[in-house]
Design a protein around this ligand. Structure first.
Ligand SMILES: Cc1cc2nc3c(=O)[nH]c(=O)nc-3n(C[C@H](O)[C@H](O)[C@H](O)COP(=O)(O)OP(=O)(O)OC[C@H]3O[C@@H](n4cnc5c(N)ncnc54)[C@H](O)[C@@H]3O)c2cc1C
Length: 454
């Protein structure tokens, strides 16, 4: 092991997978380095609340350094990993090579535009705090621009919000947007009526929440309809222009377009030089290691592994969490007791087994669906279950308390307290950009493009 007394473990990515691996290994006789390009861990299931002004970024994210501060065998490095040299056993960053004896790669996934990367500037996806703030900016700005236009006596452009993709993220964005329009903003404008905004949810497949059982899909669609969302299934987006979404010959005018339609694994997967699937996920062995490199593990959204029925494990937090703990325990046991004897070409390690405790998807206030195997729940009770689970799993007691108070408050008052527009006042495609100078538009588009290439 590199001739050192204490083996060095490097974890790339402090998301759900990496962080849970770190927590187990922090108690093991190893030197641990956690590398992440951000200084914070993001609780992604609540990003849509930041995007829709219900919560502030600090309530769903926490500094990685602070989460792991009590562990003395552990260092945190904020750095973008650019590649790996598996022969030399180093992780590469722009200015530092980090040696390892064991490596856990947990770099996650990002949204994908099916080969239309140019759509990202027009239809942001939701993966990071920055994405959520950009969506919040656009949504709130659309109302402000419409109010100004109407106050100036012009006919205001229709306030259409188009969400592309009716998986869990698209459904919760569309439902919450509808709620904001009908309730939170309802009485605050004088020249426009936010309640007349139109929320359109487009889905290329046959139904919303396609990975959920059929009855829950139908229930979700009905709950969306009651919230005022128009759902169009079997409708594939073929083009996005500033201010419009095209589905074949049909053009939907759109003040804001949000993208929730596809994910691709982190490009770091390909840098491991091993086989990946079409979405860029690394095809791992049953113990989550990489072929021919038992010391390298890939976990979470970046890993492709089938369950015992041959079905690909889903890209959800519980899979990443359980995989993080699983590989950390494997490493800990090997460091403490030595590797199990193995036969060539076959791992002697136990395989990873996912314990599926069920899935929950929220749609809006008191609206959700829950799939607990044979038990399917919809509506208020499902929403309470969703609320409980998400508050329970938030990082840090302070965040749990703050989010609980915020939710209780906004449940009673319908208020959304984080309605700040920060940054530019340019909205792509807005028909009357008013005071936005041309150079600012160019800068914003450049910024968005730079962000999308990360
Ligand atoms: C909007 C949204 C809502 C979701 N809702 C739910 C939900 O309700 N329930 C659920 O179970 N799942 C949900 N998910 C999915 C869940 O968040 C993911 O499955 C989970 O985060 C995967 O964990 P991970 O550790 O693999 O990756 P992530 O949690 O994405 O972490 C990856 C980490 O790697 C870092 N990283 C990436 N590239 C590099 C690099 N080159 N160098 C250094 N660091 C790097 C990132 O900064 C990040 O911290 C949601 C996802 C999103 C985007």
């Amino acid at each position: 092991m590199n001739g050192k007394a204490t083996p060095r473990v490097v974890i790339v990515g402090a998301g759900f997978g990496g962080l849970n691996a770190a927590r187990v290994l922090a108690k093991a006789p190893v030197r641990l380095t956690v590398v992440d390009r951000k200084n914070h861990h993001t609780f992604q299931p609540l990003l849509y609340q930041v995007a829709t002004a219900g919560l502030s970024p600090g309530e769903i994210a926490a500094p990685i350094r602070s989460i792991l501060r009590s562990n003395k065998n552990l260092e945190v490095l904020m750095a973008e990993v650019t590649g790996f040299d598996l022969d030399r056993r180093v992780v590469q960053t722009a200015d530092l090579d980090i040696p390892y004896d064991y490596l856990i790669v947990a770099a996650g996934a990002r949204h994908a535009y099916f080969g239309h990367d140019d759509w990202e500037a027009l239809a942001p996806g939701l993966k990071t705090i920055e994405d959520a703030l950009e969506i919040r900016r656009r949504v709130l700005l659309a109302f402000e621009l419409a109010e100004r236009q109407a106050a100036a006596g012009e006919i205001s452009a229709p306030l259409n919000f188009v969400v592309v993709g009716a998986g869990p993220t698209g459904v919760e964005l569309a439902g919450t947007l509808a709620e904001i329009c009908r309730h939170a903003l309802a009485h605050e404008f004088r020249s426009i009526d936010p309640a007349r905004a139109h929320i359109l949810l487009l889905e290329g497949g046959l139904r919303v929440l396609p990975t959920y059982p059929l009855d829950l899909s139908h229930s979700a669609q009905e709950q969306l309809r009651r919230l005022g969302v128009e759902v169009r299934t079997s409708t594939t987006v073929t083009q996005i222009d500033p201010g419009a979404v095209h589905c074949g010959d049909t053009r939907f005018p759109a003040a804001v377009v949000l993208w929730a339609a596809g994910v691709a694994a982190s490009p770091l997967g390909k840098k491991l030089g091993t086989q990946v699937d079409r979405a860029g996920r690394v095809l791992v062995w049953p113990d989550l290691s990489v072929p021919n490199h038992p010391e390298v593990f890939v976990i979470g959204d970046l890993a492709a592994l089938n369950d015992e029925h041959g079905k690909l494990l889903p890209g959800v937090a519980p899979v990443a969490i359980q995989q993080g703990r699983f590989v950390a325990k494997l490493i800990r046991d090997e460091v403490e007791f030595g590797p199990l004897p193995s036969t060539p070409g076959k791992s002697s390690r136990p395989p990873f087994h996912y314990w599926d405790k069920g899935s929950l998807a929220t749609i809006g206030r008191a609206a959700a669906v829950a799939d607990f195997g044979r038990i399917h729940i919809s509506g208020f009770i499902a929403w309470l279950a969703w609320l409980f689970v998400h508050i329970l799993f938030l990082i840090g007691f302070r965040n749990r308390l703050l989010v609980f108070i915020q939710w209780a408050w906004s449940y009673v008052t319908y208020e959304r307290g984080a309605r700040l527009i920060t940054g530019s006042t340019y909205l792509p495609g807005w028909t009357a950009p008013l005071s936005t100078p041309a150079n600012e538009k160019a800068e914003v588009l450049e910024e968005i493009h730079a962000g999308s290439s990360k």
